[in-house]
Design a protein around this ligand. Structure first.
Ligand code: ZN
Length: 127
């Protein structure tokens, strides 16, 4: 009986060690990645709190003092779809979640940058 427990404890310890190694490897890889490109996007505000139906909305204001313009981004309006192969494995789910998050982040950044660029062209053409 105690051999079974020892075997299980060994297996759990190996799994923990493997998981920790994965996390540490991911941190090392992330540290080697090039820095994110500079962005024109100011830090967002979150004007609606739970349980407001628009909670989760990120509001990006014009960075110029006194300008009332803002752009709202609500992640709930984005489609939530995960593309997996028919015979998917756990790694496929992780890769699909990462790919979807990256694609949504890229699309969001592009929308906000385009909104800010259009706002500056319309309302601050001298800046
Ligand atoms: Zn403005």
């Amino acid at each position: 009986m105690s051999d079974d427990f020892a075997e299980i404890e060994d297996a759990v310890a190996r799994l923990r060690q493997d998981g920790l190694d994965d996390v540490l490897r991911a941190h090392r890889e992330a540290a080697k990645a090039p820095p994110a490109p500079p962005s024109i996007i100011p830090a967002p505000e979150f004007p609606y709190s739970i349980p407001h139906p628009l909670s989760g909305t990120a509001r990006i204001r014009c960075p110029l003092d006194g300008c009332p313009w803002y752009h709202d981004e609500n992640p709930d309006t984005e489609p939530v779809r995960l593309v997996l192969p028919l015979d998917y494995a756990a790694e496929d789910v992780t890769a699909a979640l990462t790919a979807r998050a990256n694609a949504r982040g890229d699309a969001r950044r592009l929308r906000v940058e385009e909104a800010i660029t259009a706002h500056f062209a319309d309302d601050h053409p001298d800046r």
